[in-house]
Design a protein around this ligand. Structure first.
Ligand SMILES: Cc1ncc(COP(=O)(O)O)c(C=O)c1O
Length: 429
């Protein structure tokens, strides 16, 4: 049960006024970093947004958007309304294409190429099990995959005998591309890599990776957990075959919402492993033999069964908010905060091992570093210790990365970053 519904509504109303008032008086424009346009560093504007849009408790410094975004009031309100509506009217959730259309508009594809999923992992599974492969076929991945990005592929290797090969991320986009190219063999069938890995948050040269793959007749299945809501991208321009993203991280949608993009010309070549109502319009079990089996000719075939209508409505609200504030403006803001953080951390000296590349085009809105002060547990202890001081970070222990990951969204501030950096300085000893 949601508490404070009327309060929420009142707040949503105040929100619009607050945003307009503050946006209208944007005068305090500060300088930024060389590669990043600096015209959105108006702390007043962003702090007004934070105060009016986000329920996060005061005093909490939340720097873990890489795991989940903070749900804004209009999104919570849409969820509440949606559930109430279903309960009051006994209304089964209707199914429009509005959410797919909104995602397609933001990601540069056709809405028929988008299926709504529960999360990134579901899309990864659609691609992984949907691509016909033979024993010995190779799939290239990074050594920085998230569980949701790699477990399906590793399981398919166990079940079907495909072979998983890995390559190291480079410090620059060129180096990453070169490392990947060296891993390609005559047996490479798929390149399955993240657009932005969950570990150290660098932006991979995804368009170049997909062009390289296409030139060698290799399929691309991209893990796009992080980009939507952080950076702008265009799927037709990237030219990948599959792209699995989510709405509950940087796009600030409700928890447990994702999308799966399948290129139009890949649809017929992709095996659809889970189907039910919505995948097909045709079935009749009363004929002899029973008839059916033809799937709809859009990505809608990846839908199956009852879905959570209120979540769709809430996700639409989240994307409306994203568009209203402005994707370019948000991207500039979140990258500028990360650049500020990275420079501040590096100024602390060589006890900070910076893992996120400093190359501007490779750096998004996440910064990962390791502490080198003689204590092998220093990085994980920092994350645990700061949580009790109301600073939320992510410790990355998987794949032996061992680092602290800091994600900066637009509701974070330079002041919060200064507080974090002061705490890191203390931890260096
Ligand atoms: C790069 C990456 N891939 C996949 C996932 C899994 O996402 P989901 O939990 O939405 O399936 C995550 C989650 O953090 C991630 O960061």
């Amino acid at each position: 049960m949601f508490v404070g519904y009327t309060g929420m509504k009142r707040k949503s109303f105040l929100t619009a006024a607050a945003i307009m008032a503050v946006a209208g008086s944007r005068a305090n424009i500060r300088g930024g970093f060389s590669a990043i346009p600096a015209d959105t560093d108006d702390e007043q504007y962003w702090s007004a947004l934070r105060a009016s849009l986000f329920p996060i408790e005061s005093g909490r410094i939340f720097l873990n958007n890489g795991t989940m975004g903070i749900t804004p009031y209009p999104v919570l309100s849409a969820l509440q309304n949606g559930f109430e509506n279903a309960a009051i009217k006994g209304a089964y959730p209707g199914h429009t294409d509005d959410l797919q259309k909104s995602i397609a508009e933001l990601t540069g594809c056709d809405f028929e190429e988008i299926a709504i999923t529960k999360n990134v992992s579901e899309g990864i599974n659609h691609a992984c099990w949907g691509i016909p492969m033979n024993k010995g076929d190779e799939v290239i991945m990074t050594t920085h995959e998230h569980a949701g990005g790699c477990i399906a592929w590793l399981h398919r290797a166990n079940v079907d005998g495909i072979v998983i090969k890995t390559f190291q991320l480079g410090k620059t986009a060129d180096e990453t591309l070169a490392n990947l190219e060296k891993a390609i063999t005559k047996k490479t069938r798929v390149i399955a890599v993240p657009h932005i890995p969950c570990t150290i948050g660098q932006i991979l040269p995804i368009k170049e990776i997909c062009a390289l793959a296409r030139s060698r007749n290799i399929i691309t299945a991209i893990d796009g957990a992080h980009p939507l809501g952080m950076i702008r991208f265009n799927l037709h321009d990237i030219n990948c075959d599959y792209y699995s993203g989510c709405l509950h991280k940087w796009a600030l949608g409700p928890l447990g919402m994702g999308f799966f993009y399948v290129r139009k010309d890949m649809l017929a070549k992709t095996r659809c492993t889970h189907v039910a109502a919505y995948s097909s319009n045709e079935f009749n079990m009363a004929t002899t033999p029973p008839t059916g089996g033809k799937l709809v000719d859009t990505a809608h075939r990846f839908y199956y069964g009852t879905f959570c209508g209120p979540m769709y409505e809430a996700a639409i609200e989240a994307l409306k908010l994203y568009k209203k504030i402005g994707p370019e403006r948000i991207e500039t803001r979140v990258r500028s905060l990360a650049a500020y953080l990275q420079e501040s951390l590096m100024a602390l000296g060589d006890k900070i091992i910076m893992l996120t590349p400093t190359e501007a085009k490779s750096r998004g809105a996440q910064v990962a570093f390791r502490i080198n002060n003689g204590n092998p547990k220093a990085s994980s202890e920092l994350v645990t210790g700061l949580y009790s001081k109301k600073i939320t970070l992510r410790y990355v222990g998987e794949n032996n990365v061992d680092c602290v990951r800091v994600s900066t969204h637009y509701y974070n501030s330079r002041e919060e970053i200064d507080t974090l950096v002061a705490e890191v300085k203390k931890a260096l000893g």
